[in-house]
Design a protein around this ligand. Structure first.
Ligand code: GAP
Length: 459
C-alpha cells in the first residue's frame, strides 16, 4: 500500500470513518464497517445519488428489492454459469490469487471476462516472471474459474442444502428486472423510464484489494433505464454524460476521472465503459455504464415463462425493451472522495491534515465549542446554539481539549465551520466562526447565525 493510501486508511480508522470488520476477533477479510462519520458520508453520497437519479427526474422511480431472490434468477442472469474469476493457488504457501491481477502487476493485460483457456495460456507464457505476492516463489497451480456468487441455506433445512442453494445477490439490478412489470403496472411510467435501487451486494472475491475498493460485501447504486431498441445507444450516450457530471458535482476534479472502454465485454453487455478514478494506487473502476440490450428481460422471460414485452400505448408496437445501466459502488465513491479531499498543509505550528469535502458531502457541517468546558455560562450558551443549529445541519458539540486541538480534529473529519463561544460572547452576544478551508475567523452575532449559515449552505 502506498504512503497516501496508508494515511487514508489510518485516518479513516482513527477518526471513525471506516473500521475493519470484527477487529476484536482478529478481523474478517474483505469486509469493513462504517464508523460514525463513514455512515454519515455514505448516507450523503446515497442522498446525492438519489436526488440526481430519482428526485429530479420525472421518469425514474425507486425500488427496494430483497437481497434473497428465487435461485432461478441467477441462472437466468448468467451468474450461476458465468460469473467467475480466474483463480490460481501458490503450491508453496497455498495462498490464492486472481490470475488477472498477478498478470496486471507485471504489466500484462488480462481480465476476468476471458475464458479459462485464454487466460491460462497468457499465464503460462509469463510464468517465469510471476511471483507469489505472499512467499515470493514461482510455483502456481493451473487456473480455475471460481464462481463469485455467495451461497446460503435460507429456507432450506436439509443437511445437503449446498446442492440447492439460494444466493445472496451478486448485483442489485436483477431485483429491478424481475420487478419491471410490477413497476409498469403500478405506476404512470412509460418507456423510456428508469428504475433505481440502492442496496447491498455480495461477491466471493478471491483477493481483497485496496481497502474499500474490493470487498466481499458492498453497496451498489444502480439505475436501469428501459428504452426502445432504436433509442438504446442515444440513451446510453446521454447516461454516460449524466454520470460523469455526477462526480464533478460531488467535488471530484475532472483530471482525476477518465473513461475506459471495455474491449472484453461481460456476457450481457453490448457496449460498456467504466468511469475510472485516480485512486492513490492508480486509475481504477469507480462505476460501470453498460448498454445491456434486451439480454436481461429476454432471459427472465425465457426462464420464468412470463411475457416481459412492452406494448407502446400510442403506436401499439410490441417489443422487449433494451436496457442501459449505471452501476456504482458506494464504498468506491467513499474511497474516491477520501482520496480526493485528503490534504496535508504546512501551517505556522506544523502540518494540518484536512479533508476538504464539498459542502454537500461533509459529514459534519458545523461544530460548536464552548471555549472552556468548566465554565457553565459558556457551556450553556454553546449548548443553546448547538440545539438551534442541529435541527437544520449535522452538527457536533465538542468541549474536549484546547481549541487548537478541536480545530485539528474537526479539520481531520472535514467539518466546514467551527463556532466558538467565549467570554466576549456572554457580553456582546457574538461568537467566532472559523472557516475550514481559509482558517479565517470572524465574529458573527448569535442572532444572525441562522441567516449566516443559510447563505453558506444554500444550493
Ligand atoms: N450490474 C452491473 C454490475 O454489477 P459491475 O461492474 O460488476 O457491474 C458495478 O459492478 C460497480 O459495483 C463497480 O463499478 C463498483 O463500483 C462496484 N463493485 C463491484 N464489485 C465490487 C467489490 N467487490 N467491492 C466494492 N465495490 C464493488
Amino acid at each position: 500500500m502506498n504512503d497516501k493510501m496508508q494515511k487514508i486508511v489510518s485516518l479513516a480508522k482513527r477518526r471513525g470513518f471506516v473500521f475493519p470488520s470484527s477487529e476484536i476477533y482478529g478481523g474478517f477479510a474483505a469486509v469493513y464497517d462504517l464508523g460514525p462519520y463513514g455512515v454519515e458520508l455514505a448516507s450523503l453520497i446515497k442522498k446525492e445519488w438519489w436526488k440526481a437519479v430519482v428526485q429530479v427526474r420525472e421518469n425514474i422511480v425507486g425500488l427496494d428489492s430483497s437481497i434473497f431472490m428465487h435461485p432461478e434468477i441467477w441462472k437466468a442472469s448468467g451468474h450461476v454459469g458465468g460469473f467467475a474469476d480466474p483463480l490460481v493457488e501458490c503450491k508453496d504457501c497455498h495462498n490464492r490469487f486472481r490470475a488477472d491481477h498477478l498478470l496486471d502487476e507485471i504489466g500484462v493485460k488480462a481480465d476476468e471476462k476471458m475464458s479459462e483457456a485464454e487466460i491460462g495460456r497468457i499465464f503460462e507464457e509469463n510464468k517465469e516472471r510471476l511471483k507469489c505476492p505472499n512467499c515470493g516463489k514461482s510455483n502456481f497451480t493451473g487456473i480455475k474459474k471460481f464462481n463469485l456468487l455467495v451461497k446460503s441455506n435460507l429456507g432450506n433445512f436439509t443437511e445437503d442444502w449446498n446442492k440447492k442453494p439460494v444466493y445472496l445477490r451478486g448485483e442489485t439490478c436483477q431485483g429491478i428486472y424481475v420487478n419491471y412489470k410490477n413497476v409498469l403496472d403500478s405506476t404512470r411510467v412509460r418507456i423510456p423510464f428508469g428504475i433505481a435501487q440502492i442496496g447491498k451486494a455480495f461477491r466471493n472475491e478471491i483477493t481483497a484489494r485496496q481497502f474499500l475498493f474490493r470487498t466481499r460485501e458492498f453497496e451498489q447504486m444502480e439505475l436501469q433505464y428501459f428504452t426502445h431498441p432504436k433509442e438504446e445507444i442515444k440513451e446510453y450516450n446521454k447516461l454516460r454524460e449524466f454520470r460523469w457530471k455526477f462526480y464533478l458535482d460531488l467535488g471530484i476534479k475532472e483530471e482525476n476521472l477518465r473513461w475506459l472502454k471495455h474491449e472484453n465485454l461481460a456476457f450481457y453487455a453490448k457496449e460498456a465503459y467504466d468511469i475510472e478514478y485516480k485512486y492513490p494506487f492508480g486509475f481504477s473502476e469507480l462505476e460501470g455504464v453498460h448498454a445491456r440490450g434486451d439480454y436481461d428481460l429476454s432471459q427472465h422471460a425465457k426462464f420464468s415463462g412470463k411475457d416481459l414485452s412492452y406494448r407502446d400505448p400510442i403506436t401499439e408496437e410490441i417489443y422487449v425493451p433494451h436496457i442501459v445501466e449505471s452501476s456504482a459502488g458506494v464504498g468506491r465513491i467513499l474511497l474516491a472522495l477520501l482520496s480526493e479531499v485528503y490534504t496535508e498543509e504546512k501551517i505556522k505550528d506544523g502540518t494540518r491534515t484536512v479533508l476538504r469535502f464539498d459542502k454537500k458531502v461533509a459529514p459534519i457541517k458545523i461544530a460548536v465549542f464552548p471555549l472552556l468546558k468548566n465554565k457553565p455560562d459558556l457551556v450553556d450558551k454553546a449548548k443553546k446554539i448547538f440545539d438551534d443549529l442541529k435541527t437544520r445541519y449535522m452538527c457536533e458539540f465538542d468541549d474536549n481539549g484546547n481549541i487548537g486541538k478541536r480545530y485539528r480534529r474537526q479539520d481531520e473529519i472535514g467539518t466546514l465551520y467551527c463556532v466558538t463561544v467565549d467570554f466576549d460572547s456572554l457580553e456582546k452576544g457574538d461568537v467566532t466562526v472559523r472557516d475550514r478551508d481559509t482558517m479565517k475567523q470572524e465574529r458573527v452575532k448569535i442572532d444572525n447565525l441562522e441567516e449566516y449559515f443559510e447563505g453558506r449552505f444554500a444550493v
